[in-house]
Design a protein. Structure first.
Length: 398
């Protein structure tokens, strides 16, 4: 299901105009309007943009206070204030924070990092990041780091989940040879022997530095320096994997079925557990395409191919979106997503990954989701705005 981060979005993405403003009511209203315009232009999606600003009136001047990782938005805000001849004092902190001392690059160092809405293990799980995923570090709080993943999602990770790097070390890591773990699940061992001590569990899509090979194993290094061995039969040279990528209807369906039975996990985007959009995201990632995180973001990418339940028009790999349509008084609400696999069936994560049908005569007919169907989008060989294609973007290796 689509996730709504009560509390997190309020803090992470909003532009806050406090009631501390005083004086000319017309000027105060103008200030609020300016801030709202900037928010709509630069930070319309609170999950991927940090723009937190307070306007405080003190001593006859307006004080801009807050933080943001959007320097262009802050520049635009100050330009608008200057145009209006509004005097202000700039106290906005631009992120990444200065006290990170240049270590603003991170690499996920465990099989799956659980990323949360607030800097606490008791906070909501909002997404995950797989081993080797590069992240941008924005600030630190109580041994937790506010990070932004390659799909621009904002979340918090505890210090044990990432290795922090300066620019030069990050670029060195990107230049090294890599392997990708291709099995659904597995293990990394301390020696080239399946009976050796386990160094870590592994999940599909994990990226590791390649050090060599021994027997039937690849020797690898984790971002935190640990070395281990993974079976060659469960991994592949990253560049060879990348070169062989040819996302197709067949490959997407095949990948999706390797995850059959994986349990539903709110916030999950790995083979340990997936929510609905985490499932579609995982399918496409293992075929070299990074989708946006949530269903309500995925629906705004690709090409719309149906909204009338003309399922004969769909092709395997198309994503089906479900929810509540817009009305005169309410916006469209996208709450679920699945992938079409043909034969009137779609595969999705609800309870567990399973296959449902839109055919009323089928044993696996899904009346509930048919009744809330919104539309379907196609991604293969369509405009890629909002997507990352690994063959074109050096995300893991230059």
């Amino acid at each position: 299901m689509q996730r709504y981060w009560n509390g997190f979005l309020v803090v992470m993405g909003m532009v806050l105009v406090t009631s501390c403003l005083s004086g000319n009511k017309e000027e105060n209203a103008d200030l609020k309007h300016i801030v709202e315009e900037i928010r709509q232009e630069y930070a319309p999606d609170k999950r991927v943009a940090l723009l937190e600003v307070e306007l405080l009136a003190t001593g006859g001047k307006t004080v801009l206070r807050g933080q943001s990782n959007l320097p262009d938005a802050i520049s635009a805000l100050k330009e608008r204030l200057n145009e209006k001849n509004i005097a202000y004092t700039d106290s906005i902190a631009l992120l990444p924070a200065a006290n990170l001392e240049g270590k603003i690059h991170g690499l996920v160092q465990i099989s799956v990092a659980n990323l949360r809405g607030k800097p606490s293990h008791s906070s909501e799980l909002v997404t995950q990041a797989i081993l080797g995923t590069p992240v941008k570090i924005l600030k630190e709080k109580n041994n937790w780091y506010l990070i932004q993943t390659p799909d621009r999602y904002l979340s918090w990770v505890d210090a044990g989940g990432i290795t922090r790097l300066e620019e030069v070390d990050f670029l060195t890591w990107k230049s090294t040879d890599k392997v990708i773990f291709t099995n659904t699940m597995g293990q990394a061992f301390a020696a080239p022997d399946k009976n050796a001590a386990v160094v870590s569990d592994m999940v599909a899509g994990g990226i590791l530095e390649w050090l060599g090979e021994e027997k039937n194993y690849n020797k690898v290094r984790f971002p935190d320096g640990r070395t281990a061995y993974i079976l060659k039969s469960e991994s592949q040279d990253y560049e060879a994997w990348l070169a062989a990528l040819d996302p197709s209807q067949e490959s997407l369906v095949h990948t999706s079925k390797t995850l059959m039975g994986v349990p539903y996990l709110w916030g999950g985007t790995s083979t340990k557990g997936v929510d609905c959009s985490g499932f579609t995201k995982t399918i496409y990632f293992l075929n070299g395409i990074v989708l946006p995180r949530d269903a309500s973001q995925q629906i705004h990418t690709g090409k719309k191919v149906d909204e009338e339940k003309n399922f004969d028009e769909l092709l395997p790999g198309d994503l089906l979106f479900f929810g509540t349509p817009a009305t005169e008084t309410s916006k469209e609400r996208v709450v679920h997503v699945g992938m079409w696999i043909g034969n009137n069936e779609f595969i999705h994560s609800a309870g567990r990954v399973h296959i449902s049908s839109v055919d009323k005569t089928a044993d696996n007919f899904d009346e509930y989701n048919l009744n809330r169907y919104l539309r379907a989008n196609r991604y293969l060989k369509e405009p890629t705005d909002g997507l990352i294609e690994l063959t074109k973007t050096p995300l893991f290796k230059d």
